[in-house]
Design a protein around this ligand. Structure first.
Ligand SMILES: Cc1ncc(COP(=O)(O)O)c(C=O)c1O
Length: 372
């Protein structure tokens, strides 16, 4: 608790990007906080991007290419689709918003607990959402039969975050195709947010990008914020095989929403194979470390993570996630208290994979706080 504050995190909820609020509330300099809440690649920006951006700062003296042709070509190559199937936006957030405005869903089904932005955009647009609840007893994995029941009731949009934030569960191809087939046959659009897909062990078996030709009801969102550690750049992209949708989005979209430096940085990042490989190796090793160590503890349940973050349930009846948050932030360690997510409660917390020494520090503190 911050000196002089009568409120604790028991009353407050902090999101992964709320580091300034945490700084103010707990009187800890944000630079000193080890953030396990942001789900961002711990390697930080690649050295190549940093040096190249410094050398190309003059790019901001010209307008970006209105069609972002070169950037779209690099993205298309990165995910093996045609450049005409790519749209770029000011973070995935701009693309989610535009997509909802055009599709204008009356009733959406959102698989959750999940990222709150989809529900917000649908609500602002005048639509209504229902949640298809991922069940704890099913380890938060999708139940296709139950999903079909929800979809049968006039749904015009299905939203899937894959891998899902905060559960870190992923839907793989066999099941994804069943869902896409069902939705195509029932005229339901499918929005898939693949923000975390590159962190999975086998992204080719999770991403739906290769299905865009077949399923014209499919719209996939991705971005560079998390995997390339560039949330401040605001660069996202979408993939769809639906030409009419691309045309409508391009007509509605404001010009130049991605600045020249961001467009250039995007091209560099997606071609930086050294950085990409290093990230994948680091995440894989550290993820396994967490699974092995926390998996052997009796006071927690660890849900098998697909992405770069892990959802954990506290089994000790005397400890809650807000209590854990509070104790850790005093040590300048910030986790995500997941109590605020629908269908979760004050026993759940989420943390992302950071650098090995930071992860060891978190494990050491958790061990003590959870009486392991
Ligand atoms: C699932 C998910 N999608 C999208 C975003 C935001 O992405 P962007 O920075 O590309 O707008 C977040 C941020 O936390 C997220 O968790």
């Amino acid at each position: 608790m911050g000196s002089g504050d009568s409120m604790t995190n028991i009353d407050m909820q902090f999101h992964g990007s709320d580091i300034e609020k945490v700084e103010k509330f707990y009187h800890i300099k944000k630079e000193e906080i080890v953030n396990f809440s942001g789900n961002v690649n711990p390697l930080g920006l690649s050295a190549l991007v940093i040096s190249e951006l410094k050398n190309h700062i003059e790019l901001i003296s010209a307008y970006p290419d209105r069609d972002y042709t070169s950037l779209r070509q690099v993205i298309a190559k990165y995910i093996s689709v045609h450049p005409d199937q790519i749209l770029v936006g000011n973070g995935s957030t701009e693309l989610i918003s535009l997509f909802i405005k055009i599709i204008h869903p009356e009733k959406a089904t959102i698989i959750g607990p999940t990222y709150s932005e989809y529900e917000r955009e649908i609500r602002i647009d005048g639509g209504r959402s229902i949640s298809q609840a991922l069940k704890e007893e099913n380890d938060f994995k999708v139940d296709f039969e139950s999903l079909k029941e929800d979809l049968a009731e006039d749904t015009d949009l299905l939203v899937i975050c894959n891998p899902n934030n905060p559960t870190s569960t992923a839907i793989e191809h066999a099941e994804l195709r069943q869902i896409l087939d069902y939705c195509l046959a029932h005229h339901i659009f499918v929005l898939i947010d693949e923000t975390y897909v590159e962190f999975t062990d086998n992204p080719d078996n999770v991403t739906g990008s290769m299905f865009c030709e077949t399923y014209t009801n499919l719209f996939i969102i991705r971005g560079v914020s998390k995997f390339f550690a560039a949330p401040g750049l605001r660069l996202g992209y979408a993939v769809t095989g639906n030409k009419e949708l691309i045309h409508q989005m391009n007509s509605l979209k404001n010009p130049w929403t991605i600045n020249s430096l961001a467009a250039y940085a995007g091209e560099l990042m997606l071609q930086d194979t050294d950085y990409i490989n290093k990230t994948k190796a680091l995440i894989k090793t550290e993820k396994n470390k967490f699974i092995t160590i926390l998996g052997s503890w009796t006071n927690v349940k660890v849900y098998a993570p697909s992405a770069n973050f892990i959802l954990v349930k506290i089994m000790d009846p005397t400890i809650t996630a807000p209590m854990l948050f509070e104790s850790l932030i005093k040590e300048k360690i910030m986790i995500r208290d997941a109590s605020g997510f629908p269908f979760l409660n004050n026993k759940y917390f989420r943390f992302c994979i950071n650098k090995p020494e930071e992860n060891d520090l978190l494990i050491e503190h958790l061990k003590k706080l959870l009486n392991q």
